[in-house]
Design a protein around this ligand. Sequence first.
Ligand SMILES: *[C@@H]1O[C@H](CO)[C@@H](O)[C@H](O)[C@H]1NC(C)=O
Ligand SMILES: *[C@@H]1O[C@H](CO)[C@@H](O)[C@H](O)[C@H]1NC(C)=O
Ligand SMILES: *[C@@H]1O[C@H](CO)[C@@H](O)[C@H](O)[C@H]1NC(C)=O
Length: 410
Amino acid sequence: MKQQKSLKGLTIVSLILLTLVFQVSAESTIPSIGVIANATVDEGDDVYLDCPITNKTAASKVQWFRVLPGYLHISNDGSLVTKNTEKYGVRATTTTSVKQQELNTVTLIIKHASNADVGRYRCRVLISQVSYPRWPSKDAFVSIAAPPMILSVSNTKMVSAVGEDVTLTCRGYGAPEPTITWYKGDAGTNIMGHGEVLHLENLRAGDGGEYRCEVDNGVPPKAMETYHITIEQEPMCSAPQLHVMQAKNIFQPALMTCHVTGYPVPKVSWKRYTIHGIQTIFTSKYDIHNIMPKDNSGVITSVLKVYNVTSSDYGTYICEGTNDIDKCTSEVRLLESRLCVGPRCDSQADPSDSSSDHPRTVTTPSPSDDDDDETQHGQKAPHKDNGGIVMVPSVLTTSVLLLFVFFVTK
Ligand SMILES: *[C@@H]1O[C@H](CO)[C@@H](O)[C@H](O)[C@H]1NC(C)=O
Ligand SMILES: *[C@@H]1O[C@H](CO)[C@@H](O)[C@H](O)[C@H]1NC(C)=O
Ligand SMILES: *[C@@H]1O[C@H](CO)[C@@H](O)[C@H](O)[C@H]1NC(C)=O
């Protein structure tokens, strides 16, 4: 009896050894599973899941399972295990590749797919001499085609300031999995990015407007969401030239410039300080020309033109920019100059010569301001005499001038 027992022990040991040897020899020929494509089908269509196997051995079996929802052993190689032949089918094919290698494909067929068939399926290769954890296995997913839909979005109406960052999100669902594309403006025009998140950094005035996220998976219709971004910026005013000069009474204009930024685009107006307080400028004495921004900079250039400058025009002018958020002001002073300032001075230089500042002509004086300025000694003489009095110094200065010129040229 004791001997029999030890004999039994021996055979068990040798059996274990044998299986070990088999395992080692089987190692070089463990079959492997290639890529199993997920399947998305229209409801009612049949599903085909191909499980491609290389190096299949006689000691192996290719099995299909449904893993989720509910575990179900469907097939072994080319034959069904489940009794549900209405729903399932299986097909095993063998092809020889270019490299003279055998390729076995075991195809699981799910007939008339419905939502109940949506789930996870597994192809596994059972190898009798190899322990279970080393059996190759791969999963594939079956889904019913579903048009894309939008699950959640970030705030679709946003107010932001220039220089800030904004993040828009758009989460979609669909079968197959949809892709998300971001547009500025209408869909299909200006692509801003892809994926669930769109980052907009360092916003500028021109970045405001409509944005769209489009969710598409090839199953119509596409899903779409529209976002509105309003960019706000308080107005800011600046004057490139704080002082503007012009001579009076020479029918020349003075031009004052002001730069205004802000969003929404500010309205620009001009005012001036008067003895009656601050008054808005609007009469035909003035012209206001606003050059609106054409680029992203958003700078409005406003030019105030004061026609035919006279002494009453000198003073301080105020440029004012106003939008929904705030207002800004900037001041420009119009100062008197002795000489004409501006590009049109040459052509209209003559009137300036007759002004009170340069009495250097011999022509008969006219009853102008000059008289008031220069004859301030006592009462005004009668006009005729007055002319004579002025005449004498004029003749004198002219002769002195002539003499001077004579000597200098000699
Ligand atoms: C098939 O087996 C051969 C020899 O054992 C090996 O060289 C090859 O890599 C295997 N192929 C795959 C796809 O595993
Ligand atoms: C199948 O779908 C799953 C889950 O969506 C994914 O992880 C896997 O990579 C897909 N397989 C293929 C071959 O695309
Ligand atoms: C400025 O003066 C010129 C010349 O006298 C005159 O023709 C013009 O109408 C004046 N313009 C305004 C706005 O007063």
